[in-house]
Ligand binder design. Sequence first.
Ligand code: NAG
Ligand code: NAG
Length: 265
Amino acid sequence: MASALALFFIFNLASFHALPDVVLEDGYTVSTVIDGHKLRMNPHSVLHRSGSSDLVVLDSANNTFYTVSFPASQESVVKRLSGDGRPGYLDGKLSSARFNSPRSFAIDLKGNVYVADIKNKRTIRKISDSGVTTIAGGYSEKAGHVDGPAQNASFSDDFEISFIPELCALLISDHGNQLVRHISLKAEDCARGSNAAMGAVSTWLLGLGLSCLLGLIVGIAVRPYIIPSTGRLQAPPFQRDMETSPNSSGETSTDTLLRHQKRSC
Ligand SMILES: *[C@@H]1O[C@H](CO)[C@@H](O)[C@H](O)[C@H]1NC(C)=O
Ligand SMILES: *[C@@H]1O[C@H](CO)[C@@H](O)[C@H](O)[C@H]1NC(C)=O
């Protein structure tokens, strides 16, 4: 009996060491980036806004969405995106629109915000630059799981939304109905890079273009000094550059360089 007990303990001890319940992984750091006390808001949830350096912060208790410039600091610019603070159901202008303690939202690649506004007739609302609209559930009077044209669709009293860029769609985890629902978005709202992102991409392309151009110019400028060594002093560099049959004459190292440069552009 005693040996059985001892075995039991040894076995348990061994299995405890072999299969720990908690695995502590090092290498992560926590820091505070937005202090609601200082910024006078109560962050319920936060997402990065595509196409900008802003975060969108939902203050559910105050029925308001804010944008906070990021990286956030004491000097962060906090702007009210939409919601006038009071609970209500009002579409239209960003500044006067009203929400009713929404708990979940998603952001598409253009920066539009989609709000699961459950207390407002279980609707899904859209905050765009031009204002606030209701995109789903507008006609629904009661909870349900009706699919079809979005204004006539219905949802349960408990759902959350997320945006899936690869699908260009919202997925709705409709807890109350035990369903995942799907709403396709407009293609223009899934085009990567509007606003700031577009700026970054075009700057990058401009940089690439400039470096290509610089490479070509350097190639052209350097060539005449190398060409004489091959006894082809007379060849005007520009004209030669236009030649379509580069193999017809002796190739210098800059020819190769130039070709590489052109190919990589
Ligand atoms: C948000 O609501 C709290 C009370 O819930 C209030 O004290 C605070 O002033 C509100 N903030 C803003 C910016 O409206
Ligand atoms: C949606 O609901 C509205 C209002 O009840 C109705 O007029 C309209 O015909 C419905 N549309 C569809 C496609 O069911």
